[in-house]
Write a protein that binds this ligand. Structure first.
Ligand code: SF4
Length: 341
């Protein structure tokens, strides 16, 4: 009989309670800030974790390591065959379950995912203009995203958040429009600073709209009231997790706006996240340059004790945070599309 899990604490006292699971590296969009038009060399199916392997690893995380929330990511997780069945098995672990998607196919699956136990969803949408959507994603699918958002809300996924990456000279003139669109439809708007995680290695800091710039645009239109961050996990001895987004409420409304300022206002000091890639590699940081091969352990017949040890060792090696702002920064070899948000 297993006793209460010892928290998954790193050498800086951060408690890791949030597991992000990439279900596939494949995607049906070709966003210019993420990958080339021709796509990437996708993982062969045999290298991708099976549903049984994902459920086993997530189970070890929840039962033995204090994982309290799971986020399903990709590539594009809706491309995963039999997703509702996998969601139902993960829901049975009794933790909060969310998903990040580009929204293509969500109109078709939202109700089944809700039925299977999914709690909430984040949908990536950087523009409201069809022609600009096509420029950014190299696909003419914006109507699918609008339909997906509406279906998620109708299915009762709550909250339905929109993630937008403002890029200078591309979509930074739509910041206010996106907030109004979200408020009008009952979605929650979040802006994410662009990060150096693209497959092409072409990230340009000068094109990044900083949190300060973003807030200046918003504050020019509305009075913004800061919302206290809801910390997760932690007790007197170990540091509580800090959610990535800083939030503001528009005065006199219930409209919340989130800003994820990974580059200019890093929140690594309160990081509670650990990531599992679609090919079973454990990453202790989004910007990690090394990984632990849990798939090899799984397929090598390792027992849960060995997997737990490997997981704890990976977190024990975690650095203080990303060093994007230092001269020594080295972009990870694995692109965001194969890590997941
Ligand atoms: S960059 Fe790494 S350490 Fe910092 S918040 Fe993200 S995952 Fe955590």
């Amino acid at each position: 009989m297993h006793s209460a899990p010892a928290p998954l604490v790193d050498r800086f006292g951060r408690v890791h309670t949030d597991l992000r699971v990439s279900l596939t590296d494949r995607c049906n969009l070709r966003c210019t800030y993420c990958m080339p038009a021709e796509g990437l060399n996708w993982l062969p199916r045999a290298e991708v974790l099976t549903d049984d392997e994902i459920v086993r690893l997530a189970g070890i995380g929840v039962r033995r390591l204090g994982i309290g929330s799971l986020r399903l990511t990709g590539g594009e997780p809706l491309l995963r065959r039999g997703l509702p069945a996998l969601v139902a098995r993960l829901t049975a672990l009794g933790v909060e379950l969310s998903l990040t998607t580009n929204g293509i196919g969500l109109a078709r699956t939202a109700a089944a995912l809700k039925e299977a136990g999914l709690h909430r969803v984040n949908v990536s949408l950087d523009t409201l203009r069809p022609e600009r959507y096509q420029e950014i994603t190299r696909r003419d699918r914006i109507e699918d995203v609008f339909a997906g958002l509406a279906a998620a809300r109708a299915a009762g996924l709550e909250p339905v958040k929109i993630n937008a990456v403002p890029v200078r000279g591309v979509n930074d003139d739509e910041i206010l429009d996106l907030v109004e669109f979200a408020a009008e439809h009952g979605y929650r708007m979040r802006f994410i600073e662009s990060m150096p995680l693209d497959a092409q290695g072409a990230w340009d800091r000068t094109k990044m709209i900083t949190a300060d710039e973003l807030l200046a645009v918003l504050a020019d239109r509305w009075e913004l009231l800061p919302v206290e961050r809801q910390h997760s996990g932690g007790d007197g001895s170990a540091r509580r997790g800090t959610p990535p987004a800083e939030e503001w409420r528009i005065a006199g409304t219930d409209t919340l706006i989130g800003v994820i300022a990974s580059v200019t206002r890093p929140f690594c000091g309160g990081c509670d996240r650990v990531r599992l890639t679609a090919d079973g590699q454990l990453r202790n940081c989004l910007f990690a340059t090394e990984e632990s091969d849990l798939r090899a352990l799984l397929r090598g017949g390792a027992d849960d004790d060995a997997i737990e040890r490997a997981w704890r060792n990976t977190i024990a090696r975690k650095g203080p945070g990303h060093d994007i702002n230092s001269a020594d920064f080295r972009q990870p070899d694995r692109p965001m599309s194969a890590i997941g948000g």
